[in-house]
Ligand binder design. Sequence first.
Ligand code: NAP
Length: 234
Amino acid sequence: MAESIAVVTGGNKGIGFEICRQLARKGINVVLTARNAARGQKAANTLQAEGLNVVFHALDVTDAASIQALAQSIQQTYRRCDILVNNAGILINGDGMSVMREPADVVRETVETNVYGPMQLMQALIPVMKQQRYGRVVNLSSGLGQLTDMGDGYPAYRLSKTALNALTCMFAAATEGSNVLVNAACPGWVRTDMGGSSATSGVEQGADTAVWLATLPDSGPSGKLFRNRRRVAW
Ligand code: NAP
């Protein structure tokens, strides 16, 4: 097989940056994407300085034209795409916000990034995976999106991750039998700008399950949610 190509969204910091590092350490060519060119290029430079095969490409997941430009560039440059990690995400209102008060605008903004972004990226990149009969897609979800553990607080964010879980199932169904495996990963509670400094895990552990899913063998699962490499309920 030709060299593997991975696209990671929100790769400039946090869990996404660490996913880029861990994938590149496996010998995969990583396209680290970020909405801010300066921050993205700096992150790619840091990983290149570690001897890793990482290049930067601009991508704002809320911008359909930006997604199309990325997909075209990947097709022209590599003529393949093996891995997509939908990592970029936002969290606006946390545990202090009740669903009784969450403004609809916050829900809209959150869904633009956390749901429509990954959806359009899957629409843009899965066709080439299907064509080459190989692809691994990982959607960074959260325990806060689990219907089996639903509560108040984080309303827009919870809704967005539940919707992302549903998309994971839909795209898994749409790719059945094509050796494209689409799964969701809950990274745990991770020390990043989003997770905060009290979180229980470091980024190395936070990235681990996503990287494992991104490199599953052909016999691996599809359409499931995992935490700590174990399947968990939706
Ligand atoms: P983070 O440190 O806040 O990083 C989020 C990343 O997403 C940043 O690179 C950010 O870019 C990028 N991003 C946001 N909006 C974007 C857009 N429109 N286009 C492109 N990139 C965009 O968060 P994290 O903790 O690493 O979280 C990564 C993923 O894991 C998220 O999907 C999150 O929901 C999920 N997660 C995290 C935790 C946790 O405890 N940390 C727990 C469960 C799930 P900028 O730097 O430009 O803002």
